[in-house]
Design a protein around this ligand. Structure first.
Ligand SMILES: Cc1ncc(COP(=O)(O)O)c(C=O)c1O
Length: 412
């Protein structure tokens, strides 16, 4: 079997694991959420059928089993992102909750009047609004890293904006609009030299590339399970032990305490200090299954295949001659995300016309309105692929896009 055949066979086999893909729909909204393989669905079902009880509370077998599965998932997540200690992994609902936890538990206690918080113009609202809140409450200044025409934050840019006034740098690993990967490792190094901590929003990175928080030297790293084939409602916050240990809890209540009196409470050790209330154990079990699945496919394959799909998609759009693509001209810099406009057509019309052909893409501001203002558009269309998508699907997508202007009355 030659390499191309091996490749095709692998995709065909992978697609059999995803019941929802066995349909006429083409799903190109993977940056919003991914589809789930049977392995994840089965793991969640098995948990509810065989181990369901409130974890971390009961002394009976089912509860102990649920607790063990939940904590095992934590270890798997730690290994997946290169954390040294599984206590550095906090389960949250999603990236948004992880970043809010940081803003409330780290930001409000460590940022003071006159300090600066550095964010980038690329940020998803989830990594902007929490820092706007901290800046407003603490009378600190939000400083923006700008991008060049390729969506890149230059070394000169971050070196001019990160100073000894900077307390926090909050930066996305991969942009959900332009697909560009930010130089997070270099930013961490420079921020640390200036005494700042770095919060990385990894929502669009962790599902698509090997992330090693220790190698990056990230202080905090957040991502969502549902963008990585896990159930909705399970997210991750990684934090360095030394930082998490000193932080106050975000939410208080059951499960996060050591001892409670009428007036006071002492808190549990990390990570439980940050996991108040009944936890999403089935979600964590599903996330573990999703990680196992990603690992079985392998990031080498995932990255290569996504590059292949993105190249075909971008080249096809460019050939049409009336499609504006945002971000880098270099396909390899898009991390599976292509944001575009069919000239003269509102992106919502483009998405609706594609939907008639059963092609699912996103249209809107992508929860990144400051970036939209920067690129001068209120709304764009976005196609985002994952490793289970195929070249045939890209071709059907392109065929559908090629009809958009005609449907809108521009003539053939
Ligand atoms: C870069 C980025 N950050 C944060 C989020 C928020 O993720 P969630 O809605 O899972 O909290 C998203 C979701 O699209 C994203 O793309």
């Amino acid at each position: 079997m030659n390499k191309a055949m091996n490749y095709e066979t692998k995709i065909t086999e992978i697609r059999k694991d995803f019941p929802i893909l066995n349909s006429e729909y083409i799903y190109f909204d993977n940056a919003a959420t991914t589809q789930r393989p049977n392995q994840v669905i089965d793991a969640v079902e098995k948990f509810y059928k065989e181990s369901n009880a409130n974890p971390l509370r009961g002394l009976y077998d089912w509860s102990v089993d649920a607790t063990e599965k939940y904590e095992h998932a934590r270890k798997t997540v730690a290994n997946f992102i290169g954390a040294k200690d599984s206590r550095e992994i906090i389960f949250t609902r999603n990236t948004t909750e992880s970043l809010n936890l940081l803003a409330y538990s780290y930001g409000l206690d460590n940022v003071n009047e006159g300090d600066e918080i550095v964010v980038s113009i690329l940020e998803h609202h989830s990594n902007l609004l929490p820092w706007q809140m901290v800046a407003k409450k603490k009378k600190a200044k939000l400083v923006f890293l700008e991008i060049d025409e390729n969506g890149v934050i230059s070394e000169a840019e971050y070196k001019s904006k990160i100073t000894n006034k900077t307390k926090i740098v909050a930066i996305g690993h991969v942009s959900n609009v332009l697909g560009v990967t930010n130089p997070v490792k270099n930013i961490c190094k420079y921020a640390h030299e200036n005494g700042a901590v770095v919060v990385i929003d990894g929502a669009q990175a962790a599902p698509h590339m090997k992330v090693d928080v220790t190698e990056i030297d990230a202080d905090f790293y957040a991502f969502s399970g549902h963008k990585l084939m896990a159930p909705m409602g399970i997210g991750v916050l990684y934090g360095k032990f030394s930082l998490l240990e000193k932080m106050n809890p975000f939410l208080t209540g059951g499960e996060m305490i050591e001892y409670v009196t009428r007036e006071n409470a002492t808190y549990a050790e990390i990570p439980h200090k940050f996991e108040a209330g009944t936890v999403n154990a089935a979600g964590a079990v599903g996330l573990e299954a999703a990680i196992r699945y990603v690992e079985s496919v392998g990031f080498d394959f995932i990255e290569e295949h996504e590059r292949r799909l993105t190249t075909r998609l971008m080249e096809g759009l460019k050939k049409l001659g009336y499609v504006k693509i945002f971000g880098s001209k270099d396909q390899s810099k898009h991390c599976g995300i292509v944001t575009f406009i069919v000239e003269g057509v509102h992106p919502h019309d483009t998405a609706s016309i594609l939907n008639e052909d059963k092609v699912c893409i996103r249209a809107g501001h992508h929860c990144a309105q400051p970036l939209m203002q920067f690129i001068g558009e209120g709304s764009t269309a976005r196609a985002s692929v994952y490793f289970y998508n195929t070249e045939e699907e890209v071709d059907r997508f392109l065929e559908s896009v090629s009809k958009v202007r005609e449907v809108m009355g521009y003539g053939a």
